[in-house]
Design a protein around this ligand. Structure first.
Ligand SMILES: [Zn+2]
Length: 291
């Protein structure tokens, strides 16, 4: 290797002519300006190969996060029968814990009182949750005659659909744990089958549940053994006993969370599920087969 002839160009012992000094002034000014523009917080100059390497790293991280999420078991929190006196408490916990959840709405309950109308507006404004159709009348709690009339069942769900404008086609049958999603076809009480089939043919995806957080229908107190509920969820997922393995739908009822002591139980369950690295909470429309 020969030494570069340019190596001597910057020799400080070599005197410069006055015109050469004059020519150097704009260069010096340019250098000064570029130095001032370089603040510590300023953007760093990145070469094309650097940015490509960084992009590859970002993609690698995103891919490994996605594969981690794919391995996580999915839990769908669903709350039925609102808006009612417990709904705002449920909504508060869901937002405090930033836990996605789905509310299955009874159309009549959005009209009953001014408070329920306002709760419905709060539900609609909340972007963390999803709203699904749980019929207009809730069969007026007379299930046998309700399900004996398939056309009446369809028009009851359509009434809520027209009134509330749901953004998905997910429905839950009042008083029945029935499923019609993709290849899942399950009817818990056979007499209801024709009506539920008709509702599916009318375009609804019908979602039941895997585990119910039960409550006392007289006192409205939810089952207090939250540790048992969490164990049941864990065991059911581990055993692959849910309708879709790796996916669990938990049913709870808004009205069981009117009192603060019960709201504390709800907060415990939601935070335990939300913060468990083996689980991911999702809204109903993410359930496999729902379109
Ligand atoms: Zn219900």
């Amino acid at each position: 290797m020969h030494p570069s002839p340019a190596a001597d160009d910057g020799d400080p012992a070599k005197p410069l002519s006055s015109s050469a000094y004059f020519l150097l002034i704009p260069v010096f000014l340019l250098l000064l300006i570029s130095c001032k523009e370089k603040t510590p917080a300023g953007p760093k100059t990145i070469s094309a190969s650097d940015s490509l390497a960084q992009l590859r790293q970002v993609k690698k991280t995103a891919d490994s996060l996605a594969s981690l999420n794919r391995k996580k078991k999915k839990i769908y929190l669903t709350f039925d029968d609102g808006p009612n006196k417990g709904t705002r408490n449920v909504l508060r916990v869901i937002n405090e814990e930033q836990a996605p959840a789905s509310f299955f709405i009874v159309g009549q309950h959005t009209l009953d009182t001014r408070q329920q109308k306002e709760t419905w507006e709060m539900l609609k404004a909340d972007t963390l949750i999803e709203l699904c159709n749980h019929s207009f009348s809730h069969a007026r709690n007379r299930y046998t005659s309700f399900y004996a009339d398939p056309a009446g069942v369809i028009s009851d769900f359509s009434k809520s659909e027209e009134l509330l404008g749901f953004k998905n086609n997910i429905a839950r049958m009042p008083g029945r744990n029935a499923w019609r999603i993709d290849s899942i076809d399950h009817t818990d009480i056979y007499e209801s089958k024709a009506a539920i089939d008709s509702l599916q043919q009318a375009g609804y995806a019908i979602m039941g549940w895997d585990i119910e957080w039960t409550f006392d229908h007289k006192t409205l107190a939810p089952d207090a053994d939250t540790a048992l509920l969490l164990r049941r969820i864990y065991n059911m997922l581990e055993a692959g006993k849910t309708k879709t393995p790796g996916h669990l739908i938990l049913l709870a009822h808004d009205q069981a969370f009117q009192q603060e002591e019960y709201v504390a139980g709800l907060r415990h369950i939601v935070s335990q599920l939300k913060n468990n690295p083996e689980y991911e909470l999702l809204v109903a429309s993410k359930y496999p087969g729902v379109r």
